[in-house]
Design a protein around this ligand. Sequence first.
Ligand code: ADP
Ligand code: MG
Length: 226
Amino acid sequence: MIKLENVNVEFGEFKALQDINCSINAKDFILILGHNGAGKSTLLDVVSGRLSPTSGKILRNNEEISALSEAKRARFISRVFQNTHMGSVSTMTVAENLAMATLKSKKAGFKSAIKNFPEQIVEETLKPLGLRLEELLNTPIGILSGGQRQIITIIMATLCEPDILLLDEPTAALDPVSTENLLQFVQNFTKNRNMATMMITHAEQQAKFLANRTWVLQKGQLNTGS
Ligand code: ADP
Ligand code: MG
């Protein structure tokens, strides 16, 4: 589906990614591991179009997209960052944030976003707060815990039905229980979708149950284990 061919990213003399060759297929769940500075976020940057490779190609369904802007790729590639405050507006309610995300997505309607509000979120997000769905929707997203907010952010990111969901350390700001809940949510939320997920994480042991592939980056070099 998405393929990287001989991708290099250089910052001056520094080689952040070296000769990366890999492909991401529909329904893959790829864990990306590696030390700080190994190039993990840079790899997601070249997939999402935030960065252009210094050399090499990015293909989608055999069509080159290396020159396609991040904004254009956003129709089929969505990204969620480790900071739970990114991707939503604190002072806006959950419903307003969802509505904003549906505006960006031409495919999904706000009503269907709410109608299909996952059962599990209702269970995990609302019950502990003693909220009903209607109340959650009318709660400013900034009042939610980091884990709950990250769950809503992931829902928002997937309303456009992307081919690929990119998660950059989505649990980095979360406590162990919220981490566990978020990973469980991610599994349930992604397993029946026709969507690939690439997730950078330091919580390898907790997250490995999710993955069908594990990639390791080391000083800009990628080991896909194959
Ligand atoms: P990580 O694996 O921790 O996500 P990154 O992909 O963020 O690592 O960064 C890989 C390396 O590239 C790091 O050494 C980082 O300092 C460097 N780097 C990242 N972005 C830039 C940039 N815009 N300019 C210069 N160096 C950068
Ligand atoms: Mg990073």
